[in-house]
Design a protein around this ligand. Structure first.
Ligand code: ADP
Ligand code: ZN
Length: 598
């Protein structure tokens, strides 16, 4: 039995643990339970993989992500780890084969779907075998408060009862206080260590821009910044994902839709193309993404506003798991707010539930409108404190301008009030700007004191004022009246002149000042980079795994910089373990030597 540090280097090819991986691994090896909350990309897998290799017996990983088990297992096998999975995709013969190798003690890691684990047959199999640990992945699924509740997960409480001597480690990327409490209670982790790693994802650049022409903004973003990258684009509706994917294809991108209304077959194909091919863009509803551990997703776009900061954080978190720069880019406008408020209002559920949803949406809106560092705000939402502005979000990079919107806000509110709180934003702007439209005369609105007093602001500027008033809860959207704007209690002090309001100045179509950001450092030879990628693609196709399973982009990048011309030197590169060195090393060294000679 070798120790954790040796395994990290020899099997995984990494030099050092990322804290708190080492603490977690030590405590699980010692036989303690653990709860691990770590952001996506933080390195949760090693926390159970290494103890499984160190401890006697097989580590059993419970994961709801059946579609990904095959890839996870292939990746481990390439490292020389004896891994297998048991789920409904296996036929009886293969399953029996795996069961007997577990009994014979010939497995290091076994991935099992939760519904399978709860079957008597599986439980007796586990009783007959030596189990190193139970890892419960996506542990938030056990929580009825969470967004991904799965009834199968409730049964997992039997693990502690049936196997009291086997350590349990529960892992998830997102869990607020309440969810954490529920995980601890249901999985019986009261006596174990609770490890909560920071939420910060410093390599992700957060940007939120005003939506004016979604398609052309998106196209510009992709062309300027990610012409050759893999990414995810989130939309609210199924129809829209298909529309956008189709349209992007016409623009020359490799885009595929993904939503719960597509057949299982189509979804599986699209997901696997996203994982296995390079430069594929998935246009998806929130149905896509849980557990997708593709490390080289370079951007996550939101074309529609997420309902909560939690979802925003989780969805954007799928970018840049490899630690290289990645973008979280969102556009939003007043229409999004109205649409979401409508959806919430008409959703099923108790008043209390709706109020909670509104509350979360308000937090999300506040996040969109802030003029200070987005990362500080995002982390603060998760009770984490970042001392300095981050320097890697839009408000840090191009500080937002504010203006004294007190006068304009009063006019905007008065217009809503004087027209009887029965009209939507377009009409109110018509009133303020003194439009000559039919509807103005039809309702005698040209006689109002507010008629025509707002010509100093453009249409867009007024929309911006209204959006911010809605976002801050001074106005609400009346859903029975097609988006009529109504005054809220909170606007009184402003109307009475007791309060001032600072508004954000919207910047139209930010010009991308940055160069196209491929993840390549500037001094790297592009020809070598491409040659290494070709070499990687060859192996990936041969072994039928995604290219990143062979080597990550970051590993290839290090090769480009360090130019290792011998196997010994290649072994120093992060991500090159013994097994991969032996298998792929010679081919990659050859590519590098050829490059050095030419
Ligand atoms: P999570 O499950 O937390 O989202 P993973 O376990 O998939 O994250 O790890 C994210 C990436 O970080 C993986 O590509 C993994 O190989 C890499 N990684 C994890 N731990 C280390 C480490 N100590 N050193 C270098 N790379 C690491
Ligand atoms: Zn910032």
């Amino acid at each position: 039995m070798s120790n954790a540090q040796d395994i990290l280097q020899s099997v995984f090819g990494f030099q050092a643990f990322r804290p708190p991986q080492d603490q977690i691994i030590d405590s699980v090896i010692a036989g303690d339970d653990a709860l691990v909350i770590m952001p996506t990309g933080g390195g949760k897998s090693l926390c159970y993989q290494i103890p499984s290799l160190v401890r006697e017996g097989c580590g059993v990983v419970i994961s709801p992500l059946i579609a990904l088990m095959q890839d996870q297992v292939s990746a481990l096998q390439l490292l020389g780890v004896r891994a297998a999975f048991l789920n409904s995709t296996l036929d009886a013969t293969d399953a029996a084969e795996i069961e007997s190798s577990l009994r014979r003690g010939e497995l290091d890691l076994l991935y099992i779907a939760p519904e399978r684990l709860n079957q008597p047959r599986t439980l007796s199999l586990l009783r007959d075998s030596t189990i190193a640990l139970f890892a419960i992945d996506e542990a938030h699924c056990v929580s009825q408060w969470g967004h991904d509740f799965r009834a199968d997960y409730l049964q997992l409480s039997i693990l502690g009862e049936l196997f009291p001597e086997v350590p349990r480690i529960a892992l998830t990327a997102t869990a607020d206080e309440r969810t954490r409490g529920e995980i601890i209670r249901r999985l019986g982790l009261e006596h174990g260590g609770h490890f909560i790693a920071g939420f910060d994802r410093p390599n992700i650049r957060y940007r939120i821009a005003l939506k004016h022409n979604a398609k052309s903004q998106l196209l510009k973003f992709l062309k300027d910044e990610h012409p050759n990258d893999a990414g995810i684009i989130y939309c609210l509706s199924r129809k829209k994902t298909e529309e956008i994917a189709h349209w992007l294809t016409l623009q020359g991108f490799n885009a595929l839709p993904y939503h719960a209304g597509l057949s299982t077959q189509v979804r599986a194909t699209h997901q696997s193309r996203f994982l296995r091919e390079e430069k594929v863009i998935i246009v998806a509803t929130i149905a896509f993404g849980m557990g997708i551990d593709k490390p080289d997703v370079r951007f996550v776009v939101h074309l529609d506003l997420p309902k909560t900061i939690e979802s925003y954080y989780q969805e954007t978190g799928r970018a840049g798991r490899d630690g290289l720069p990645a973008d979280a880019w969102m556009i939003y406008g007043l229409q999004d707010v109205i649409k979401l408020r409508q959806m919430m209002e008409s959703s099923e559920g108790s008043e209390e539930h709706k109020r909670a949803e509104q509350h979360r949406l308000n937090a999300m809106l506040g996040f969109c409108e802030i003029t200070s560092c987005r990362r500080q705000a995002l982390l603060a939402y998760f009770d984490e404190y970042l001392a300095e502005p981050c320097g890697n979000c839009d408000t840090c990079l191009e500080p937002a301008d504010t203006w004294d919107g007190t006068e304009s806000a009063r006019m905007a509110l008065s217009a809503a009030y004087l027209t009887g709180q029965r009209f939507g934003v377009n009409h109110l702007i018509d009133v303020l700007r003194g439009s000559e439209g039919d509807r103005i005369y039809q309702f005698d609105h040209h006689k109002l004191t507010v008629y025509g007093i707002g010509t100093a602001l453009s249409n867009d500027q007024w929309r911006s004022v209204y959006r911010q008033l809605v976002a801050r809860g001074l106005l609400s959207v009346d859903l029975d009246r097609f988006g009529a704007l109504r005054l809220e209690e909170r606007c009184r002090p402003l109307l009475r002149g007791e309060e001032k309001i600072e508004l954000r100045r919207d910047i139209k179509q930010k010009t991308a000042k940055r160069q196209t950001r491929t993840p390549l450092p500037s001094d790297v030879d592009v020809a070598l980079w491409e040659a290494l990628r070709d070499c990687r693609r060859g192996f990936a196709e041969e072994q039928n795994v995604p290219p990143y399973v062979i080597f990550h982009d970051s590993t290839l990048q290090e090769m480009c910089v360090a130019l290792p011309s011998t196997l010994e030197r290649l072994a120093d590169i992060s991500g090159v373990g013994e097994r991969k060195l032996e298998k792929y090393g010679p081919a990659f060294v050859r590519v590098i030597c050829d490059h050095l000679v030419n």
